[in-house]
Design a protein around this ligand. Structure first.
Ligand code: KPL
Length: 304
């Protein structure tokens, strides 16, 4: 199958590399010098099972591409650019595998292909151009954004499962997206603010903060009629922190590289949606404080 992975950061490079290794024809869309290195030397993929160099296509130009499937792995704030590019190409389906909420709506507003949503709990680090490491084998869960089944279910399942990923197509995507949001609110935010690896959240003060952020997210989800209990949200945070204990979360990688973070699409989104819940007392103090701290960090560096 021909698969475009639009966004060759840590996660996109890992998924693209694994799918190429699994027998698909992958094209990575990203930036130089990573793209130039992948073109000239290939992509070295380091997993707990071994190291392999694969040779996907790679390009810095995401317009006019043609494939069976496009997987979108750019940062949430770059989704609009991805949507414009993908609208000029030809695909049977497009699937957002990004952090944060609302990315599918941005894609669906531009492209004519069926748009799917997905969550990923693999840990990945792009150590240098052309070298990506899998720091935690998680899973990829995809489905129709609003729930139920869709025309490309089979295509997605074949692409991901045949490509060797731990993956499933599900029919309860809204709940899955909120659960992943709770994971990102707990893990990404707290690891970014405490400058720690995911595993550091398994105990101590950081654990309490991550649990509180997850509980707040679950409460807001329920305020929007999504059935996610506090316990389920907290368990997901702890399960993912354990499975990706050695990983540097994507938000901490952003902070370490002086890049803009996905705060607006994660805890910023939780805070916004909390404000919309009527007839209920939904306080989100941890998400609110974390959002203000991260935005202040970005503002001080001219990133917003
Ligand atoms: O989504 C992630 C991220 O870092 O963005 C997790 C799954 C929490 C892995 O770190």
């Amino acid at each position: 199958m021909r698969i475009v992975v639009y966004g060759a950061g840590s996660l996109g490079s890992l998924l693209g590399g694994l799918l190429q290794r699994g027998g698909h024809d992958v094209t990575l869309v990203g930036r130089d010098p990573h793209v130039a290195t992948v073109r000239s030397e290939g992509l070295r993929v380091e997993t707990p099972g071994g190291v392999e160099t694969v040779h996907p296509d790679a390009t810095t130009d995401g317009a006019d591409l043609d494939a069976d499937l496009a997987l979108v792995t750019v940062k949430a704030f770059d989704t609009e650019t991805a949507a414009r590019d993908l609208a000029t190409g030809s695909f049977d389906a497009v699937c957002s595998l990004q952090n944060g909420m609302g990315n599918e709506a941005t894609l669906a507003a531009r492209v004519d292909y069926p748009v799917y949503a997905g969550t990923v709990t693999y840990g990945a680090i792009l150590h240098e151009p052309g070298r990506v490491e899998c720091t935690g084998v998680g899973e990829v869960v995809v489905g129709v954004h609003d729930g139920g089944t869709g025309p490309a279910d089979y295509l997605l399942e074949r692409a991901l499962v045949d490509g060797g990923l731990v993956a499933a197509v599900v029919d309860d995507m809204p709940r899955r997206l909120w659960e992943k949001l709770a994971v990102n609110a707990g893990i990404n935010t707290v690891t970014a603010l405490t400058r720690s690896e995911n595993g550091a959240l398994l105990d101590g003060v950081a654990n309490g903060l991550a649990r509180d952020a997850a509980r707040e997210t679950a409460r807001v989800a329920r305020g929007h009629d999504v059935s996610l209990s506090n316990r389920e949200a907290v368990e997901s945070v702890e399960d993912v922190a354990e499975a990706t204990a050695a990983n540097t979360s994507s938000m901490l990688q952003d902070i370490q590289s002086g890049r803009r973070t996905e705060v607006d699409a994660i805890t910023g989104y939780v805070v916004d949606r909390a404000g919309e819940v009527r007839d209920a007392d939904v306080d989100v103090p941890v998400c609110e404080t974390a959002t203000r701290l991260l935005r202040a960090w970005e503002a001080a560096r001219g990133l917003r």
